[in-house]
Design a protein around this ligand. Structure first.
Ligand code: NAP
Ligand code: GFB
Length: 321
């Protein structure tokens, strides 16, 4: 006998990834409400670059709400290599998901942008009003323009059809179930994987670039808790930055040293300056978030990195790498 259906069915596209798994954990650890049914979809449930497959997924589940995470995602070096693919795949995914949501009468969609899509030449701190005020950094223009179109689509669905489609703008995310690929992943999972191998093989840790660029990092479990608040309480179509504060920004060198401490690595730290530094910084303001949630507490960076390292070492066999 099928479980009686709650009044809300929340479909999470990209539910098998870093952010999706964090939302699933937070929901399973007590955030699920009695009137909520949660569906965590991966590309095995539907290839969202395909319009018919996307429609079929929405017809199957008839979601009332959608958290739209599914995307082609990667770190600096994957973006540099595949800007066209990042643009095409993400444009198709986003148009298919948003139009299927509109067609099937979804009450609210929360999509996901990124602080790396803001203009490269800008004043700081960056805020939500600045998305379209100049070209993005050249390393990830494909991903950035595709993501910016979500904001344009959200405005279009609201003005033409009154849809409550909005978006969040996370900064660099890390945590369990990340993509730990050294070539294609982001910096923190890449460094964690590199230190794991350096310890095992008795070699040095090589950090790419100069270590001087600066980043704000948000723990995936903190982002997950904020996503639930946005889904349930945030009523603007305008996007909202979900990030730690400007003062929590660290250099890549400091991030690497934090991983070294968390992994208890005693070997040498080298910097390969033949590799790109990418964007020097993309310091974002979280003052809009703080106006809504002045008491929200982020997990301290050192503790979040330690938990992530512990997860990776305990799950090395199954981790995406
Ligand atoms: P991730 O770990 O790479 O997961 C990507 C998810 O999208 C997976 O569930 C994947 O399914 C799914 N997906 C990819 N292509 C698909 C397709 N064609 N059809 C259906 N599903 C597809 O990514 P993430 O880090 O969790 O990112 C989630 C969202 O956050 C993305 O929108 C990303 O742009 C955004 N974001 C991420 C960061 C970050 O630092 N990670 C920062 C800012 C914003 P499979 O498992 O089946 O491949
Ligand atoms: O996370 P990441 O790859 O992407 O970080 P971005 C790149 C920065 O970390 C550069 C340095 O300064 C790299 O030189 N770095 C040092 C490393 N060691 C490593 C390493 O082992 N792996 C990696 N990956 N970097 C991305 C955007 O920018 O931000 C994406 O390109 C996405 O579109 C993501 O939005 C959130 O932070 O530079």
């Amino acid at each position: 006998m099928a479980e009686p259906r709650g009044q809300k069915c929340i479909l999470v596209t990209g539910g098998s990834g870093l952010v999706g798994k964090a939302i699933e954990k937070v929901v399973d650890d007590g955030e699920r409400r009695p009137d909520e049914e949660w569906i965590f979809a991966s590309s095995k449930d539907a290839d969202l670059t395909d319009a018919a497959a996307t429609r079929a997924l929405f017809e199957k589940h008839r979601p009332t709400h959608v958290i739209h995470l599914a995307a082609m995602v990667g770190g600096l070096f994957r973006n540099i290599k595949y800007n066209l693919d990042f643009w095409r795949r993400n444009m198709h995914i986003n148009d298919n998901v948003l139009h299927s949501a509109y067609d099937s009468g979804v009450q609210k969609v929360v999509s996901c942008l990124s602080t790396c899509i803001f203009p490269d030449k800008t004043t700081y701190p960056i805020d939500e009003t600045m998305i379209h005020s100049g070209p993005p950094h050249n390393s990830n223009f494909g991903y950035s323009y595709a993501k910016r179109m979500i904001d344009v689509q959200n405005r279009g669905y609201f003005e033409q059809h009154g849809c409550r489609f909005t978006a969040v703008i996370p900064t660099n995310v890390f945590g369990p179930h990340d993509n730990y690929s050294i070539e294609d992943g982001h910096v923190l999972p890449g460094l964690i994987h590199k230190v794991y191998l350096a310890k095992r093989n008795g070699t040095a840790l090589t950090v790419w670039g100069t270590g001087k660029p600066r980043r704000q990092f948000i723990y995936s479990l903190d982002l997950a808790r904020l996503f639930l608040w946005v889904l349930r309480e945030y009523d603007e179509v305008e996007p909202i930055i979900l990030s730690v504060g400007e003062d929590d920004e660290v250099s890549i060198r400091e991030a690497a040293e934090c991983v070294v401490r968390s992994m208890d690595f005693k070997g040498e730290l080298l910097f390969d300056t033949t590799k790109s530094d990418g964007q020097f910084k993309k310091t974002a303001s979280n003052s809009k978030l703080k106006r809504y949630l002045p008491d929200f507490q982020f997990t301290p960076f050192e503790q979040a990195v330690k938990e992530t390292c512990n997860w990776f070492c305990s799950n090395y066999a199954i981790a995406r790498k």
